[in-house]
Design a binder for this molecule. Structure first.
Ligand code: ZN
Length: 245
């Protein structure tokens, strides 16, 4: 089985479409989306529709998905994120609001756990540092756990000889061998990367080959920015896309 793993699309349809076109979907058995389909970006309904059109996929809820439907408070958002969240709320169709409302916070699929933030706190917790990852390894029982939320690709593991928890940053086009070790893996963000690289990020897990492929693909950022401008979304959210932040 081969899985396409994506996260944090954030209403950025040009980025999402570019990723879907970049992947040979005929070779993908299932798409795993780690939440935050909406928020920030100009095309929330279109991104949900595109996801739901996929032949086979799983999706968990992100903090922006639930803030946009007022299921959780957006008090922790900065003012620009709050503005975009309110705008998204006003745009979402009632069908898509119901769709977001019913997303689960965690999915276990074979030897993988899927969450948005962390297995300990799926909606809000950020796994940025190995110390946070270390605390989270006891909160899932599968071999692998895929997380999003930080918008930064990363792999966390326990180094077997030293028992220290470490982070490694994957390199595009350098396949990662997955044997029996337990890992927390973040594929990065499709629609708003925050690691200094503006290109959309995704991963493909090949279960039989035990290989994880990490990819970046450039998309038409100016098109997304134009759509955001037309919709009156905050300038800071528009400009950050060009810097990958
Ligand atoms: Zn996000």
């Amino acid at each position: 089985m081969r899985y396409l793993i994506i996260s944090d699309i954030h209403g950025n349809l040009p980025a999402f479409d570019t990723v879907l076109a970049h992947v040979d979907l005929d070779c993908i058995d299932q798409v795993w989306c780690l939440g935050d389909v909406v928020g920030y970006g100009p095309c929330p309904n279109e991104c949900i529709d595109r996801l739901r059109e996929l032949p086979d996929y799983l999706c968990v809820a992100g903090n922006h998905d639930w803030a946009a439907i007022e299921r959780i408070d957006m008090v922790e958002f900065n003012p620009s994120a709050q503005t975009a969240c309110r705008w998204t709320n006003g745009r979402l169709t009632s069908e898509n609001k119901a769709y977001l409302e019913n997303l689960p916070t965690q999915i276990i699929q074979g030897h993988c756990t899927l969450v948005h933030g962390s297995p300990r706190e799926p909606i809000w917790e950020y796994i940025i540092y190995p110390s946070t990852a270390q605390l989270n390894f006891q909160f899932f029982s599968t071999q692998l756990c895929f997380v999003g939320h930080t918008h930064a690709p990363a792999i966390f593991r326990e180094e077997t000889s030293t028992h220290k928890f470490e982070i490694s940053i994957p390199v595009p086009n350098e396949p990662i061998r997955i044997d029996d070790e337990r890992l927390i893996i973040n594929p990065g963000s499709v629609g708003q990367p925050r690691d200094g690289d503006p290109d959309a990020a995704y991963m493909i897990l090949d279960q039989e080959e035990k290989i994880l492929n990490y990819q970046r693909v450039s998309y038409d950022i100016e098109l997304t920015q134009r759509l955001m401008m037309e919709k009156g979304l905050p300038e800071s959210l528009i400009s950050r896309l060009a810097f990958g932040w």
